[in-house]
Design a protein around this ligand. Structure first.
Ligand code: BMA
Length: 397
């Protein structure tokens, strides 16, 4: 008995040591796996792969990482308000001017929040926010990228974004007379962005692009209407309010000028690498010749690319508009301007069509448009990425 029980005790001890070793191994393996998985998004080909929001959702981190990866494949084509309306139509389920012409949706969808801050049910271009939410979800579910701008009213005067009253920016910074009002506006933006969820309740990542064309004098936040210091403070406050206060973790932030003539001009109001994910500029051809436009875009993209490389940011042509009376503008001018530059996406501005002002506005072709055939050639180029190219890239995984 004594000997037997001693043997049993010895066996017990052996089993215990074996069990302990087994669990030790298991925990060690699990620890290594968890550490590896959590580090994965941080390293992409040896480059840092995380956005400025260290708490960004998995899908947002993946988008950021994939935008960088896809830079090597070409540039994504985007269009503002693409699913809402086009020339001669409005809110037709499934319709898009880009799809009418190419058979495919764009890869990037631009949307706009102006007037959300004053509780209007639709934005300054008459797109109802409820409709916008649904359309954002459908574009995302198709694998597309969502980018949102905000032409917010002037919080000091109550007029539009184009009211350049001096002193507006300081008035909304901490200590300013409109600071609390500005926070309520950000609360509304945060509520809308929070409502952008897929069918499983996961947040839809958004490239948020407030305060664009920041070196021009036409918006209250732009150019000479505020100092570099004031702009930087506005930017930092906005990002930190949305991210740290409102706890939004599905945003990438885009810093975006208009045309610029030097690196110094581009960076004059840049708030710092820890506040920006995407860098871009807007460019409209207006009255310049194709040759001049090609040269301008090429020069600006060279500077942008250089800054992006240096700062490890994602470069994009955040808005553009060309001379669409030229039937071969896409392959004859636009593609030449882009050349071999590596940019993430280009966003053609809205096809508003005939407006009540009598003006006609369109920046991408629609059925029957002069550049329709040339746009199909452009679409067929390997480096132009549309819906199906981007679906394959699984940007959120
Ligand atoms: C401008 C024009 C306007 C529009 C504004 C904000 O470029 O397209 O018609 O209201 O952008 O989207």
């Amino acid at each position: 008995m004594t000997r037997n029980s001693g043997q049993a005790e010895g066996e017990c001890l052996q089993v215990d040591i074996a069990t302990i070793n087994f669990f030790r191994m298991l925990f060690r393996t699990l620890f290594i796996m968890i550490a590896y998985c959590s580090l994965m998004p941080f390293e992409v080909n040896g480059q840092e792969g995380i956005p400025i929001d260290k708490g960004a959702t998995r899908e947002t981190i993946n988008l950021y990482r994939n935008l960088r990866r896809v830079l090597n494949k070409g540039f994504m084509f985007g269009h503002q308000d693409d699913l809402a309306y086009g020339v001669g139509w409005k809110y037709e389920e499934g319709r898009s001017d880009i799809k009418d012409v190419t058979g495919e949706y764009p890869a990037v969808y631009g949307w706009e929040l102006g007037r959300l801050e004053i509780d209007q049910p639709f934005n300054l271009d008459s797109v109802p926010f409820d409709k916008m939410r649904q359309l954002i979800r459908s574009g995302y579910e198709r694998g597309g990228v969502i980018t949102i701008s905000w032409h917010l009213n002037n919080p000091l005067t109550g007029k539009s974004a184009w009211d350049p009253a001096t002193g507006t920016v300081p008035s909304i910074l901490q200590g300013g007379s409109r600071h609390d009002l500005y926070k309520t506006w950000l609360d509304k933006v945060a509520a809308f962005l929070t409502s952008l969820q897929d069918k499983n309740g996961k947040f839809i990542p958004v490239i948020f692009r407030p305060y664009h064309e920041l070196n021009g004098n036409w918006f209250w936040w732009g150019g000479k209407n505020c100092s570099a210091e004031e702009f930087k403070n506005l930017w930092k406050f906005t990002v930190s309010y949305l991210r740290d206060e409102k706890k939004l973790h599905h945003l990438l932030y885009a810093y975006n000028t208009d045309r610029f003539s030097s690196r110094d001009e581009y960076l004059e109001k840049y708030p710092g690498d820890e506040w920006v994910d995407v860098i871009g500029f807007d460019i409209y051809q207006r009255n310049s010749s194709n040759e001049k436009f090609i040269a301008d875009i090429d020069k600006m993209l060279s500077t942008l690319e250089e800054i992006a490389k240096e700062k490890n940011k994602i470069p994009a042509l955040t808005e553009f508009g060309g001379n669409l009376s030229d039937s071969s503008w896409w392959t004859g001018t636009f593609v030449k301007g882009i050349g071999n530059h590596k940019i993430s996406y280009v966003l053609g501005w809205r096809n508003a069509g005939a407006k009540s002002s009598g003006e006609f506005e369109s920046y991408v072709p629609y059925k029957g448009h002069t550049t329709e055939k040339d746009f199909v050639r452009f679409y067929n180029m390997q480096k132009t990425l549309f819906e199906s190219d981007i679906k394959k890239e699984k940007l959120y995984q």
